[in-house]
Each structure stands twice: as structure tokens, then as C-alpha cells.
Ligand binder design. Structure first.
Ligand code: ATP
Ligand code: MG
Length: 462
């Protein structure tokens, strides 16, 4: 209270900062198509406004609307408090302990409503590197605007008046396709290093240029991402990977020097020639699915990103005399453990990854009841898609993937025929060509020794 009072008094003495008053644009100037705005988002802004509060669409939704893109979700900002918001809607839930936000639900549709936040005070608690730990006061709309990351993310749109409120030159930056941090970039990255990852995501996704002053500090400040809690890094990485532009994002991360040393995942993904083709294919197909509006499983994606690291360790355990299957499980454990330090993989995602990896050797068993059992596995589809990626990348023989495609589609007799086709060539199951390759790879003896009978193959990794 006292601090606020002092600030107010000081504020009166000094001229107010230039952008406490927004530039207001009408529909002819900004050209937003109201048809692209979700009816539920409008229900929320109207509901709040009818109760006497201010309410606007904000952030990414306004940015996307200005670019003529249909927003994937809508955030609302208001001067109503969470309790006041909650009273206005039938299905409204207050979320979060420190800074509460409200989820207003309409069926499956979620509108996130946030009370305007106040400016970050100088004495907000910080970690040793300057990252702001807690900073949760409510504030005025212009204070809310200044706390946002980029100028293009700090505009407010009122669907009722169809006016856009622009506090930081966002419209000009949309027009010149420029990503510009609000305030002093160094200070903003220090406060919250996740913004380093956000720059990259938006630049790659929107194909915007990064303003020089915003870009310059990125390389130097990159190590700050190390101090961000792993769960937040994970959330941001997931947004990046599911943006529909994952490949472009990862390339940009590399360009900005952000992948090095700070995210073990990215070191592996981008610098392992062995897995590069595989990862490229995985990301390209993910991007394609996202663009087509199809669901993408994070477990599948991370399983793909880390596969070649698993393969490498799998081989090493086999070479040390471990049997193939336990070797694979050990490799999976190692890879997952190494990741969780920096990038906390949620338990469900880690479990999905493990399932997909563990299923891979089972595709080699094309005898007896095994293929039928595998077909019944709940995660079969994911495992099979993964297998196809391995084939497409040249890691394993394409014939294996083709066989499974046929086997799935075939009727009873067709399946028996496919099995018989395999059975006709005893000793030459799927594993056979790979055994040959292993021998020529020069580490024949121990790898051979590790592979149990019955066609269980270890990884090839070529
Ligand atoms: P997308 O369309 O990819 O969701 P977005 O801009 O909506 O992009 P969100 O992560 O959903 O991104 O965040 C919503 C808004 O909240 C942003 O537009 C920005 O105004 C603000 N914001 C989010 N994260 C930060 C941050 N780390 N620092 C400052 N402002 C942030
Ligand atoms: Mg958003």
C-alpha cells in the first residue's frame, strides 16, 4: 500500500511515462475480422462489461487477429478481481495460488481470464541471477501492458466497440513484422529467461524479424535458461514443439545459440548426425499434423527427439554384454533421468515414451502369436508410426514397416499368409539383415552375444 502511494506521489511529480495512454484504433484502421473471434470469448467480455468492468481480448489472440490468423485460444484481461469474475459465470474456476486466474468454461472451450497485473517493483524477490520469483500484484491496464513481453503481444481488443488499444507500438511492429521486446531487453530476459525461448518461438512461427536490440543479448544471456524451473522450460518447449513450426523453431534456437549446453535435449537432437534425419522427419510430420488440426502426442514427439540417444546407449549396454531387452530398458531409464534435471517430463509423457521405445523390438517378432498380441496393444498405433519413422529415416529396413502395414490391413487368411511368408525363410527374420550390418560395424561379437534368439534385434542406428 505504502509503496503504491509513494509511486503515485512520485508519478505525479514526474511526467507520466509515454505509454500510459494507448493509441486507439478503430475497425477500419486495424481491419480485424470479427468473424474470427470466438463467440465464447465475446460472451466473457460482454458479461464482464455488463457488470461494469473493463474487459478485452489480449495477447496472442489480438496479435493473430491483426495478422488475419484465426487464434487457437483466447485470453481476456479485465479489471475485475478473480472473485468478481467467478461470480459472473456459471462454470468459472479460480486457478493458481500466487497469481490467480480464472478459467471460464463453455463445454470443452476454455477462456482464460486474468486481472490486470501491476508493474514489477524493484524489490520483488529475485533469485541470485535476477530472475523475479514472485510478483503478483493487481494493477492498471497500462501497467499490465508494460509487463507483457513483446509489443505485438501487448494489445487489447474490445469486441463490443471493435477498438484496439495499443500501448507500445505493436501495430507498427505487426506491419513491419518485427519482434520487439517492451522495455530494456537485457532486463526483461533477466527477469524471466523463458522469454529467450519465446522470442525464438514467435520469430519462427510468425516469420518475423527480431529487432536488433532484442536479438543482441540472446546469445550472451542464453545460459540463464538454466536457472528456470524445469517444469516451466518444459511448458515452453512443448508450446514450441506443438506450434506447427517445430522444425523452424529448433533451427532458430540453434541459430541464436540457445540450444547449447542449456537444454540437453536440444544438444542431442541438433548435433547428432545419426539422428538428424529421423528428427527432421518426426518434426516435419508433427508440424503437418498440427497444421491439419490433428492431435499430436507429446509422448510420441519426445520419444522421437530422444530416440537416437536411447539407441546409442542401448548399443553400449549390449556391447557390455547385457541382453537386448534389459539393455533397452536401461538405456531408456538413463535418457529419461538425464532429461528430468533440465526439462521435467511429466510422468504420463515419460510413460508414453517408454512404451513406444519398448515396443520397437517387438515389431521384429513376426512369428506365432506375437504380432497378434502386438496389434492389441493400446499403444500399437504410436509404436507403429514410430516404426515407420525409423524406416523412413533409413535406420531400419523399409520392408519391416511395409510388412506391418500389410499385416494390419489384411484379413485372417491374409495375416496367416504374411506370417507364413516370414516362416518360409528360417533364420532370416527381420533381425537378419541387421545382424549382418552389425558385424560389418566392427563390434560384432558383443552385440551379437547380446541379442537373444527369436529375432530380437538390437538397434542399428545407421
Ligand atoms: P500463442 O498464440 O502461441 O499462445 P501467446 O502470445 O498467446 O502465443 P501465451 O504463452 O499464451 O502466448 O501468453 C499469452 C500472453 O501473455 C502473451 O501474449 C503475453 O502478452 C503474455 N506473456 C506470456 N508469457 C509471458 C512472459 N514470460 N513474459 C511476459 N509476458 C508474457
Ligand atoms: Mg496464447
Amino acid at each position: 500500500m505504502i509503496k503504491k502511494l509513494i509511486r503515485r506521489i512520485l508519478g505525479k511529480k514526474n511526467p507520466p511515462p509515454a505509454n500510459t495512454e494507448p493509441v486507439v484504433l478503430g475497425p477500419k484502421e486495424h481491419g480485424i475480422d470479427l468473424q474470427l473471434v470466438s463467440a465464447n470469448a465475446i460472451r466473457v467480455t460482454e458479461g464482464l462489461q455488463q457488470a461494469g468492468y473493463k474487459a478485452f481480448l489480449v495477447g496472442g489472440a489480438v496479435r493473430d487477429l491483426l495478422l488475419g490468423i484465426k487464434p487457437k485460444d483466447f485470453d481476456v484481461a479485465t479489471n475485475a478481481t478473480p472473485e468478481q469474475i467467478k461470480k459472473l459465470f456459471r462454470r468459472a474456476f479460480i486457478i493458481g495460488r500466487r497469481f490467480q486466474i480464472v478459467h471460464v468454461m463453455f463445454g470443452q472451450d476454455l477462456i482464460e481470464v486474468t486481472t490486470f497485473r501491476g508493474t514489477t517493483s524493484d524489490d520483488a524477490p529475485k533469485d541470485a541471477h535476477g530472475r523475479v520469483l514472485r510478483d503478483n500484484t493487481f494493477g492498471e491496464q497500462h501497467e499490465d501492458a508494460v509487463r507483457r513481453d513483446f509489443t505485438i503481444n501487448a494489445m487489447y481488443y474490445d469486441p463490443a466497440t471493435q477498438q484496439v488499444l495499443d500501448y507500445h507500438g505493436g501495430i507498427a511492429d505487426i506491419r513491419s513484422r518485427t519482434l520487439r521486446m517492451i522495455g530494456v531487453p537485457e532486463a526483461r530476459y533477466r527477469e524471466d529467461p523463458v522469454r529467450l525461448l519465446r522470442v525464438v518461438r514467435f520469430a519462427a512461427k510468425l516469420k518475423f524479424n527480431i529487432d536488433v536490440a532484442t536479438r543482441e543479448p540472446i546469445k550472451v544471456m542464453a545460459p540463464l535458461v538454466n536457472n528456470v524451473p524445469a517444469a516451466r522450460v518444459f511448458d515452453e518447449m512443448l508450446k514450441l514443439l506443438l506450434s506447427g513450426h517445430a522444425l523452424a523453431c529448433l533451427q532458430q534456437l540453434r541459430k541464436e545459440g540457445l540450444h547449447h549446453g542449456l537444454l540437453p535435449l536440444l544438444d542431442v537432437v541438433l548435433e547428432q548426425p545419426l539422428g538428424e534425419k529421423f528428427v527432421r522427419l518426426a518434426l516435419a510430420s508433427t508440424d503437418e499434423r498440427v497444421r491439419q488440426g490433428k492431435p499430436v502426442s507429446p509422448g510420441f514427439l519426445f520419444a522421437a527427439l530422444l530416440w537416437h540417444q536411447v539407441v546409442e546407449k542401448w548399443k553400449a549396454y549390449e556391447a557390455a554384454g547385457e541382453h537386448s531387452l534389459p539393455a533397452l530398458h536401461q538405456a531408456a531409464d538413463d535418457v529419461l533421468d538425464a532429461q528430468t534435471d533440465k526439462l521435467a517430463l511429466q510422468r504420463k509423457i515419460a510413460a508414453d515414451m517408454r512404451d513406444i521405445w519398448a515396443m520397437q523390438p517387438r515389431f521384429d517378432r513376426r512369428v506365432g502369436k506375437s504380432p497378434y498380441k502386438l496389434l492389441e496393444n493400446l499403444r500399437f498405433r504410436a509404436g507403429y508410426d514410430f516404426l515407420l519413422l525409423r524406416c523412413a529415416s533409413g535406420e531400419i529396413d523399409a520392408e519391416l514397416g511395409e510388412w506391418w502395414t500389410e499385416f494390419q490391413d489384411a484379413d485372417g487368411p491374409g495375416r496367416e499368409a504374411l506370417l507364413a511368408r516370414k516362416a518360409k525363410k528360417p533364420g532370416e527374420e527381420a533381425a537378419a539383415p541387421r545382424k549382418r550390418r552389425r558385424r560389418s560395424g566392427g563390434r560384432g561379437k558383443s552385440a551379437e552375444g547380446g541379442a537373444p534368439a527369436g529375432g530380437q534385434a538390437g538397434p542399428t542406428g545407421e
